[in-house]
Design a protein around this ligand. Sequence first.
Ligand code: TUI
Length: 314
Amino acid sequence: MPLKTELCDLLEIEYPILQGGMAWVSTAELAAAVSEAGGLGIIGAGHAPAEWVRDEIRKARERTNKPFGVNVMLMSPHVEEVMQVVLQEKVPVITTGAGSPGKYIPALKENGTRVIPVIPSVALAKRMEKAGADAVVAEGMESGGHIGELTTMAMVPQIVDAVEIPVIAAGGIADGRGLVAALALGAKGIQVGTRFMCAEECTIHPNVKEFILKAKDRDTVITGRITGHPVRCLKNKLTKEFEDMEERRVSVEELEALGAGSLKKAMVDGDIEMGSVMAGQIAGMVKEIKPARAIIEEIIAGAEQTLKSLEAVR
Ligand code: TUI
């Protein structure tokens, strides 16, 4: 069976494709659809309260018997309670973002939960391996949302060389060519975010999907470097205001005030002018809204096609 890796055995999934657990984007509907199609769907907890996370886990379980995950945003004010819910509900896999989940790993492992931190550097990958992580997602700065400094291409092989646990590549990957490239760099799988924002089952506002479909290669921008939390979004009125304020060297507090609530404003209310439309550089390649299953089938078929064409190169 082609395109199976050790990640498929570790997570009990058919294809080595994870769906990014995006705040305000990755609800039970999307996660369950991805898992049903043979990938690993992941609910994005973001800053949501623990009871919202519990409801989404239960909704996902009503829709699929297959394994799925929860992404825990470690900067959330509700992180302790969310971790409790993940433990109580015996979620098979968690990914984490924006920090180190080290102190939670022993309890999660005891519970049988696979722990996969999302990290942006070799040093953090090594720290996570030492802390007991089952795998890491190496997320390049091509990604949408909160990002590090390194690109996927430069970072993935360096992390592959530095750790023994499986590495999952993320950032700038949306099709079969990206999957094969990631495998060539030594990754055992991929995490895909932006492409799944245009899945039919994704519950974000249609305005955001349309905005992604129209995006071109240079339509994202990084703002918030001076706050210490750089974020990649599609360019709009809000990112222009951020850039103007950063040029005027306004305070971090003022910048944070402008950003507060802006992700929900985009994803739920559909305000693509003053909302924060977090999306990766690969948005320029997303051209269709399709069911999650079709996206996964397209990635796998494309990867097989790419492998065939590489044979010709040899
Ligand atoms: O977490 C993400 N992407 C995100 S989170 C998010 S919501 C948000 N809310 C408010 C402000 C900013 C974002 C939108 N997108 N990706 C995974 C990721 N994790 N990228 C970078 C990191 C990271 C950073 C530092 C992981 C570990 C880390 O460790 C620091 C340390 O020394 O412990």
